[in-house]
Design a protein around this ligand. Structure first.
Ligand code: ADP
Ligand code: MG
Length: 621
């Protein structure tokens, strides 16, 4: 007799209606996949029970692809066919990838240099999106075999500092892997969700994420059931590796280890990391390297890494300043990333904020768990309730205006999704086309910002300069992807662009961009004032010249020469003088030509209103 199957009490009974959705932490070093199992979200293990999947891919001659531990094991023997840290390549040009530290062991596919910066592997040419897709496919397989069903969607996390093209490429990779992206979620936001901080009625949360090679701080706010990211900041080149380096240098210098051969250096670096990790558990670590022996204690380590720790706190300070908040106003601090296990970091954070940070969830897993929780809501297994996540755009978005100046349309740290519009006009009489140059960054000059895209709006009806109205609308969706629409308002003529992956961009890190904007704030303001004065002065010169051409007969003897001289002085001021000097000369030219302008005005009013004006005048006489 066949036995009747009875399910376990609890979660299992609800399974049939349960739709399979996962959260994926697609990391630089390691990736994780999490899903809700009954009441809570757990990290899904592979067939050997391991949680972390190294983000490493290996390609074989026979076309087969290995991902994770197996791929990592092959790196030493077959480096040119093993790819690690591909996340650092997303959204980058071939030139930028060639400059990365791991690039030298690969051969690049020159035939794809202009489209996608691919490398040649035993299994054929592969670009960063395809390589990321291979990792995601493996994670999908792992999830499906663990959950015994077909995956319906995933929430994938990305660093807060990812720009539009990096986000788009992450999405492209997921689609290529046959994964429906429910949403891209900022990593720190996911971590805060893992701690359940979204269920509190009110509060400000700082997420402090110090990984292997990157640092990321986010300020989140929970208000009236809405979880919002108020500000973000960080450094893409600061992480646990730098702490290893500090110990490495100490070993090389003071400790006289002097490793010179590459292989020896690699070994010493690994040893430095081991010492660092041991110092998270013990007050003092015995150091043995070839014939030398000694020790490193926490106090000495603290002194070695002080500049690094100070840097992280400086970033926290900056993020708070962006949001106009004080350390004392923060209710919770969430620690994410393996390097936050270091007591020296925890202590500095506790001291700065005046309270202990949250450390109860494994800092490696918090991001994936939060993404898993969010996926469960988005797929419809849980009611959204208060669970409404909003993010911010990390860098200002704007367009180029006259004088190569940037007009910011969506300021940095604006909550997304968002749409904002601003009206612009033509610079020249009869101008029928306008070039829209979309830029990203904090600086005032276009050349100091990242160029994202250019497009044109044509068919503007010819009018005098400044009469046409062109509305430019910026829209950033929940995934941080940008679309820009330019519309001429009298005809409704439109032109638009979606910001697609753009290779060949100068992908400066957000932190460097922010830093340079702080450093150059005063100088930028001066340049902006000068450029605006130059543009205005040129417009006035053009207008006066046009007026002299059409109404030259209204000029009095000698007047044109005096105007010429004033224009000449103004042109000289434009060439380099301060904005004050330009304003002064503009003012002088205005005064000098005021009579002429008045005569023209009279003439035009008379010719426009003709008889009726004459009638009024004669009535007054
Ligand atoms: P990523 O997000 O860049 O993949 P992780 O969050 O996995 O990085 O963090 C990796 C870093 O954490 C490495 O520098 C590693 O040495 C460090 N780390 C892991 N465990 C410890 C520990 N117990 N003490 C100090 N650092 C640690
Ligand atoms: Mg991480």
């Amino acid at each position: 007799m066949a036995l009747l199957q009875i399910s376990e009490p609890g979660g299992e009974a609800a399974r049939p209606a349960h739709r399979l959705a996962v959260g994926i932490d697609l990391g630089t070093t390691n990736s994780l996949v999490a899903a809700s199992c009954g009441d809570k979200v757990e990290i899904l293990p592979d067939d050997k029970g391991r949680h972390l999947v190294p983000s490493v891919v290996h390609y074989s001659e026979d076309g087969s692809v290995q991902v994770g531990h197996e791929a990592r094991a092959r790196a030493a023997a077959d480096p040119s066919n093993t790819i690690a840290s591909v996340k650092r390549w997303l959204g980058k040009s071939q030139q930028e990838i060639r400059q990365s530290s791991q690039a030298s062991r690969y051969q690049f596919d020159e035939t794809r240099a202009d489209t996608a910066p691919a490398i040649i592997t035993a299994a054929g040419s592969r670009d960063p999106v395809q390589i990321s897709a291979d990792i995601l496919s493996a994670l999908r397989d792992q999830a499906e075999s663990c959950l015994k069903g077909k995956l319906e969607g995933a929430v994938i996390t990305v660093p807060a500092y990812f720009n539009d093209s990096q986000r788009q490429q992450t999405k492209d990779a997921a689609e290529l892997a046959g994964i429906k992206v429910l949403r891209l979620l900022n990593e720190p936001t996911a971590a805060a969700v893992a701690y359940g901080l979204d269920t509190e009625d009110q509060g400000a949360v700082v997420v402090f994420d110090l990984g292997g090679g990157t640092f990321d701080v986010s300020l989140l706010s929970m208000r009236q059931g809405v979880f919002e990211v108020l500000a973000t900041g960080g450094d893409t080149n600061l992480g646990g590796d730098d702490f290893d380096q500090a110990i490495f240098d100490w070993l090389q210098g003071g400790f006289a280890a002097k490793a010179t051969a590459i292989a020896e250096q690699v070994e010493l670096r690994t040893y430095a990391e081991k010492i660092k990790q041991q110092l998270s558990a013990d007050d003092e670590v015995a150091v043995e390297w070839s014939e030398y022996s000694g020790k490193l204690d926490r106090e000495e380590f603290r002194a070695l890494v002080k500049p690094l720790v100070d840097k992280t706190i400086l970033t926290c300070r900056r993020v708070l300043r962006d949001a106009g908040m004080e350390p004392g106003q923060i209710d919770n601090i969430v620690m994410v990333g393996g390097a936050t296990r270091m007591p020296v970091i925890r202590e500095a954070v506790a001291e700065f904020f005046g309270k202990q940070p949250l450390v109860s969830i494994d800092p490696d897993k918090a991001v994936a768990i939060g993404a898993g929780l969010q996926a469960d809501v988005l797929i419809g297994n849980k009611s959204a309730g208060k669970f409404l996540l909003l993010d911010v755009n990390p860098l200002s978005l704007g367009i180029e205006t006259m004088g190569e100046l940037v007009e910011k349309i969506i300021p940095r740290n604006t909550t997304i999704p968002v749409a904002k519009a601003q009206e612009f006009t033509t610079f020249k009489d009869g101008q029928t086309a306008m070039s829209i140059h979309v830029v990203q960054g904090e600086r005032e000059l276009v050349s100091d910002c990242r160029s994202l895209a250019r497009f044109e709006l044509r068919g503007i009806p010819p009018m005098v300069a400044g009469a046409a109205k062109i509305r430019v609308t910026f829209q950033v969706d929940a995934d941080g992807l940008l679309s820009v629409v330019a519309e001429e308002l009298s005809t409704g003529k439109k032109s638009e662009i979606q910001i697609k992956p753009s290779y060949g961009l100068n992908a400066d890190t957000i932190e460097t961009m922010l830093q340079s904007s702080h450093e150059h704030a005063k100088q930028d303001m001066e340049i902006r004032a000068q450029r605006e004065a130059q543009v205005e002065a040129q417009q006035i010169i053009d207008a006066i010249n046009a007026a002299r051409e059409s109404d030259g007969h209204l000029l009095q003897p000698g007047e044109s020469e005096r105007i010429d001289a004033a224009i000449e002085r103004l042109k000289q001021a434009i060439q380099g003088a301060s904005s004050i000097e330009i304003h002064e000369q503009t003012e002088k030219l205005n005064r000098l030509s005021a009579d002429f302008a008045a005569r023209r005005m009279d003439l035009h009013i008379k010719s426009l209103q003709g008889e009726s004006i004459n009638a009024i005048e004669s009535a007054e006489e």
